[in-house]
Write a protein that binds this ligand. Structure first.
Ligand code: SAJ
Length: 430
């Protein structure tokens, strides 16, 4: 852990470093850092995950994901006896739900993991307990959690918007952290806390203010749910604008990077960066939750999703056109993850592009991904696809396709690119 980070966490407002027990359901990209943050504030934290391998790794003081500094924080929390992982939930004072909320076919939200978590904790709840949903969720999910708990615990008085007193508190505090900067953003970012009732929001705020330095903004659960979805849809729409421009520029033979630089000189214009498409488990997914809730009213949000989803195909077509001019082309594909300097492949446009090229047998593919030891299974068994180191791949390639702006690629000696056909989807070598 860097000094800056530990200082950051120590410097947070301190009212609750306490003997209270917190149970975090789901130990992934959000649940594990949240567990470590609470443990670092003195809480006894029990993390629950359905995967035994994850539980074992965490109990040995290690982590199963790539995130700067998280390994040190988890190691300290486990060795200090403040964090342990289990397969089954156990009684606690607060339950944080941080499980995946993917979508099913037809882009309909899949709440089965949230339901399983709610049903797992229902028998354990006692008077005064707090349940917080952190997972990004469709509007109404926090109310639905109350309903699932109520079905199993008719003895409990559950919170309602206008009811003063209830046996437990239920709130939504959507996660907002950026992969790659999770620990800093977990502490520094403002948070929105939506309670089923005002008392629920206040109970959750009491807990989160123990490690969050940013402002806590209290509202109702439905507004908090939509606010989170809107943040990611806003970004998706703006990236779609940039991606649409990149395709227009391609047709008009105009350099899109120069164009955007120039347009952004206007004091009220700030166009984002085009790329090979939009990946990750959030921005490529969450806007669909808004579309699913109001199909007839979400033309822009839907169109943005469609534009961003169409971009990998446009990149593949461009590479195919270049490859068609050569006999047996060797193509270096640089990067597989969904964005720079991480190993996360979820919804990655770079991965989809390489898979598509491989399926269509477009040349000999040399894949360079400095953040992974092996190629993912979808590529490793394919003929014409090989994992490669950067320098030999650059030397051997006729076509160099830059898919992810990893720091190693930004440092490439431009001389090595001379005489090659370059498809730079991120504009780092312009
Ligand atoms: N991208 C572009 N052009 C850009 C910016 C991003 O093509 O100008 C692409 C990236 O390459 C990547 C995708 O968009 O494929 C998403 O990357 P990102 O860095 O914008 O966001 P995520 O998905 O890593 O994290 C987002 C964040 N949300 C917002 O910035 C509004 C984060 O704060 C959320 O916590 C996270 O989603 C989440 O978990 O919901």
């Amino acid at each position: 852990m860097t000094v800056g980070l530990s200082e950051n966490i120590r410097g947070a407002r301190l009212t609750g470093a306490s003997s209270k027990k917190i149970s975090v359901l789901g130990l992934g990209y959000v649940g594990l850092p949240v567990s470590a943050a609470f443990a670092s504030r003195g809480f006894d934290v029990v993390g629950v995950d359905v995967q035994p391998s994850i539980v074992d790794v965490i109990n040995s003081g290690r982590i199963h994901i790539v995130e700067p500094d998280l390994d040190m924080l988890v190691q300290a929390a486990v060795s200090g006896g403040k964090l342990r992982a289990t397969l089954e939930a156990e009684p606690a004072d607060a339950f944080i739900i941080a499980v995946p909320t993917p979508f099913k076919e037809d882009n309909v939200p899949d709440l089965s993991y949230v339901q399983q978590a709610a049903e797992m904790i229902a028998p354990l709840l006692k008077q005064g307990d707090l349940v917080v949903l952190e997972s990004t969720s469709p509007v109404g999910t926090t109310e639905q959690i109350c309903a699932w708990i109520g079905e199993r615990r008719p003895d409990l008085v559950l919170p309602e918007p206008m009811k003063e007193k209830a046996d437990i508190h239920v709130a939504h505090c959507p996660e907002r952290v950026l992969p790659g900067s999770v620990l800093r953003e977990l502490v520094d970012n403002d948070r929105i806390i939506g309670g089923i009732s005002p008392a629920c929001a206040e109970a959750a705020a009491d807990l989160y203010q123990t490690f969050v330095k940013g402002e806590l903004h209290l509202t109702n659960a439905r507004t908090a749910e939509l606010a989170k979805l809107v943040e990611n849809a806003f970004r998706d729409v703006n990236i779609a604008f940039a991606n649409e421009l990149s395709m227009v520029c391609e047709r008009l033979n105009i350099n899109v990077w120069e164009l955007i630089d120039l347009a952004n000189k206007h004091p009220r214009v700030n166009i984002l960066k085009p790329g090979p498409g939009v990946g990750g488990h959030c921005i490529a997914v969450d806007p669909w939750f808004i579309v699913a809730a109001a199909k007839d009213l979400t033309k822009v949000i839907r169109a943005a999703r469609e534009v961003n989803d169409s971009k990998p195909r446009a990149v593949v077509e461009k590479i195919k056109a270049a490859a068609a001019r050569l006999r047996q082309p060797v193509i270096a594909c640089l990067g597989l993850s969904y964005k720079a300097d991480i190993d996360d492949l979820r919804e990655s446009p770079a991965l989809h592009i390489v898979e598509d090229l491989a399926r269509q047998k477009v040349g000999e593919l040399l894949v360079v991904e400095p953040n992974m030891r092996n190629l993912p299974r979808s590529l490793s068994d394919l003929p014409h696809v090989k994992a490669a180191e950067l320098q030999p791949a650059l030397a051997a390639a006729d076509i160099i396709v830059l898919l992810v702006d990893h720091r190693q690629f930004k440092r490439v000696d431009r001389e090595l690119l001379n005489l090659k056909i370059i498809v730079d989807t991120r504009g780092i070598w312009r």
